[in-house]
Ligand binder design. Structure first.
Ligand code: GCO
Ligand code: MN
Ligand code: MN
Length: 389
């Protein structure tokens, strides 16, 4: 039965092959689930109601596949997409698993590694384009250091810029029309990763040769690892016209990358995030970059994937309730009312306005004495999320 919480294609819910395909290995333990083929994973995603599937080059085509093996894999995958109706909105490159990337890809000290990384990305872009991807994600998991004695971080950033400028040219030259989305993470697997936050990425993008082609792919867990407010990172990206993609998941603050089901842990942050995306009309993929608890079998993996989407839709409905709640809305109106009495002082700078403002006498005590009722409003949000409004 279809209801408000049933995923539909228009919701644009996507998963990476590596998410539902995670076999649950971690630094302390071996895989707990069998590895499934890309074709099997596409069918699982279709079964739970996802709209799309994304991949790293090597999630689909093993790193040492021959050209004919590659073509056969692509044919099989394409057939699975046709059978299920799933689409491929995003593709990316694995620039972190192979030992050649142990000291980074674009930022490695070894020019051969930097060139190999460019070659791998160009081939990955060809693969993604063949399957219809329009967003190409760059997550530089190994672009960093354990010790700053080994590299000058300014050189690291310069090398990142050279690589991205090169790949923007390739994008133009091939006519792929990709939008590049840079994904920040503060650490893990490197001790420190360059450009550690979405805000740092936004600053970096402005220095590129083709800044219009490049935006960000903020990930909830990554900003939370750094103790930051994810919504604020997303809002800054949105306001700058740079929210090209988003990685949704969850985790406790200031820990390792836990990659949990969306909404596992931080309901309020997840609620305000969904509300923001829906209110502003973000129309990109809602991509879940997470995996099932290590305790789960295949049924548990399906529960995980279905849960990500269901929770998103629950928060979407809660956001609608928030926007229609008379009491909440009238308090918001009061809180955010413009003070028209100051009319002439407001607006853009003019010499006259600035002179008038400098001379104006503010009643600081009177302004500061007003209670803002934020406690009441915030409790209403709690009541709403707990189902009591
Ligand atoms: C991580 C990252 C990755 C990337 C993926 C796509 O912490 O492992 O979030 O999952 O999102 O490589 O670029
Ligand atoms: Mn991550
Ligand atoms: Mn991610």
């Amino acid at each position: 039965m279809s209801d408000l919480y049933t995923p539909k294609p228009e919701h644009k819910f996507t998963f990476g092959l590596w998410t539902v395909g995670s076999v649950g290995a971690d630094p302390f333990g071996q895989p707990v689930r069998p590895s499934l083929t890309p074709v099997q994973l596409v069918h699982i995603l279709a079964e739970v109601g996802a709209y799309g599937v994304n991949f790293h080059d090597n999630d689909l085509v093993p790193i040492d596949a021959t050209p004919s093996e590659r073509d056969q894999t692509v044919r099989d995958f394409r057939k699975a997409l046709q059978e299920t109706g799933l689409v491929v909105p995003m593709a990316t490159t694995n620039l972190f698993s192979d030992p050649i990337f142990k000291d980074g890809a674009f930022t490695s000290n070894d020019a051969r590694v930097r060139l190999y990384a460019l070659q791998k990305v160009m081939r990955g872009m060809d693969l993604g384009a063949e399957l219809g991807a329009k967003v190409y994600v760059f997550w530089g998991g190994r672009e960093g250091v354990e010790s700053d004695s080994t590299k000058n971080p300014a050189d690291g950033i310069k090398r990142m810029r050279e690589a991205l400028d090169y790949l923007c040219e390739y994008n133009l030259d091939q006519g792929y029309g990709y939008r590049f989305a840079l994904e920040a993470k503060p650490n893990e697997p490197r001790g420190d990763i360059y450009l550690p936050t979405t805000g740092a990425m936004l600053g970096f993008i402005a220095t590129l040769a083709h800044p219009d082609m490049v935006g960000v792919n903020p990930e909830m867990a990554h900003e939370h690892m750094a103790g930051l407010n994810f919504l604020h990172a997303v809002a800054q990206a949105w306001e700058a016209g740079k929210l090209f993609h988003i990685d949704l998941n969850d985790q406790n603050y200031v820990r390792f990358d836990q990659d949990w089901r969306f909404g596992t842990q931080n309901w309020k942050q997840a609620f305000f995030l969904v509300k923001f995306l829906e209110d502003v009309g973000y129309d990109g993929s809602r991509h879940f970059d997470a995996h099932a608890f290590r305790t789960e079998d295949l049924e548990g993996v399906k529960d995980f994937a279905a849960g990500c989407m269901r929770t998103y839709l629950i928060f979407k409905e809660k956001a609608r309730q928030f926007n229609q709640d008379q009491e909440i809305q009238s308090l918001l109106k009061e809180i955010q009312a413009e003070n028209t009495a100051l009319g002439d002082l407001q607006g853009p700078y003019t010499r006259e306005k600035a002179a008038a403002l400098k001379a104006f006498v503010f009643d600081r005590k009177e302004i500061a004495s007003k209670g803002l009722q934020y406690e009441r409003l915030d409790q209403w949000v709690t009541d709403l999320l707990m189902g009591l409004r």
